[in-house]
Design a protein around this ligand. Structure first.
Ligand SMILES: NC(=O)c1ccc[n+]([C@@H]2O[C@H](COP(=O)([O-])OP(=O)(O)OC[C@H]3O[C@@H](n4cnc5c(N)ncnc54)[C@H](OP(=O)(O)O)[C@@H]3O)[C@@H](O)[C@H]2O)c1
Length: 313
């Protein structure tokens, strides 16, 4: 069934694997891909294949409201609504200096080595960034009607040079050409109300009948009751806080399904080296996709592993 999927963290690891999966298996799907780093060269080449012509890539920092506003403005202009939001962007919260010296994950996140910069960056990306993604794109989720729960307006953050320079954040790659960010527009809405659905984007002939889904990569490390080994200060805190805020979204926005998903320990760019016992992305992907597809509204507000089994808070 043709649909629109927005994927953050699309340039690496699980996000890239999900982008490739959906582009390959559902070539009619429109994919909006976001990452702070460009898509890898090999993928850019393969994306020129007609099967990948429905991908729009945006270079954007998920923790920047300005960057995400540029993306959502484009959705607004194009009348695009989202059926499935896959939030994969994240950081591991290791103290860089120690990680480079030791190549030891546990040693790079003890209370002794943890410092403010790493801690705050981890919270900024994993917690605030996830909130920013959900808040920015909620008005563009498609469901029984498009969800209008927030006021999507020009963000008030102070623009940094990175935000204002042309080219990088906000530029998009769509079927072979980079395009500048969209013009700004304003959307006003009434909290909690459901508006008439806008015109279907990209001439998708079918509207997904179920509620739109927002699936966020969380982690078992965000489970407080499952913490038996200590350590992991920044990452654990950022994912526990992510879990808390998504639980609130699940209560506040019943018109969408929110799911926190622990993909398992997977060999990706998250840690700069291969960890003992980690699966490859291709080993993890089938279960992850099955659980994404199986999730329905009864699942909203749950934290599950990649097979859909509950993880205690
Ligand atoms: N891999 C695992 O074992 C595992 C286990 C449990 C949970 N998870 C979660 O799964 C998600 C995906 O992780 P992954 O393993 O696929 O890691 P990954 O390969 O590092 O992918 C994460 C992607 O997010 C991007 N990113 C980081 N900060 C960003 C920002 N501010 N704005 C936009 N994009 C940003 C990264 O770009 P850069 O590479 O430039 O930083 C990278 O492309 C994460 O939330 C992670 O916590 C992973």
């Amino acid at each position: 069934m043709p649909r629109t999927i927005l994927i953050t963290g699309a340039s690496s690891g699980l996000g890239l694997a999900l982008l490739t999966h959906y582009a390959t298996h559902s070539p009619q799907t429109h994919i909006i891909a976001i990452d702070i780093s460009p898509l890898p060269h090999a993928h850019l080449s393969s994306l020129r294949h007609p099967a990948f012509s429905n991908i729009s890539f945006y270079l954007a920092d998920i923790s920047s409201p300005t960057d995400l506003y540029r993306v959502s403005s484009n959705l607004e202009t194009q009348g695009t609504t989202i059926d499935l939001l896959l939030h994969c962007a994240g950081v591991r919260g290791l103290v860089k200096r120690i990680a480079e010296q030791t190549r030891d994950v546990a040693a790079s996140e003890t209370w002794e080595v943890m410092e403010r910069e790493t801690f705050m960056k981890t919270m900024e990306v994993n917690t605030w960034g996830a909130f920013n993604v959900v808040k920015s794109f909620l008005p563009y989720l498609r469901g029984p009607g498009s969800i209008r729960t927030t006021t999507s307006e020009t963000p008030s953050e102070t623009s940094t040079p990175k935000d204002t320079e042309g080219g990088r954040p906000g530029s998009s790659w769509s079927g072979g050409a980079f395009a500048a960010g969209a013009s700004r527009s304003r959307r006003t809405s009434v909290p909690g109300s459901i508006a008439e659905p806008p015109a279907a984007p990209h001439s998708n002939p079918t509207i997904t009948p179920s509620k739109p889904k927002v699936i966020l990569m969380s982690s078992r490390m965000g489970s407080i009751s499952d913490n038996r080994t200590g350590g992991g200060y920044a990452y654990r805190a950022s994912k526990a806080a992510l879990n808390a805020l998504i639980k609130s979204f699940a209560i506040d926005v019943p018109d969408a399904t929110f799911l926190l998903l622990h993909p398992g320990r997977v060999e990706t760019g998250l840690v700069g080296w291969r960890e003992e016992g980690a699966m490859t992305v291709s080993e993890a992907l089938p279960d992850v996709v099955r659980t994404i597809e199986a999730a329905d509204e009864g699942w909203s507000g749950r934290l599950v592993d990649k097979t859909g089994k509950d993880i205690p808070w």
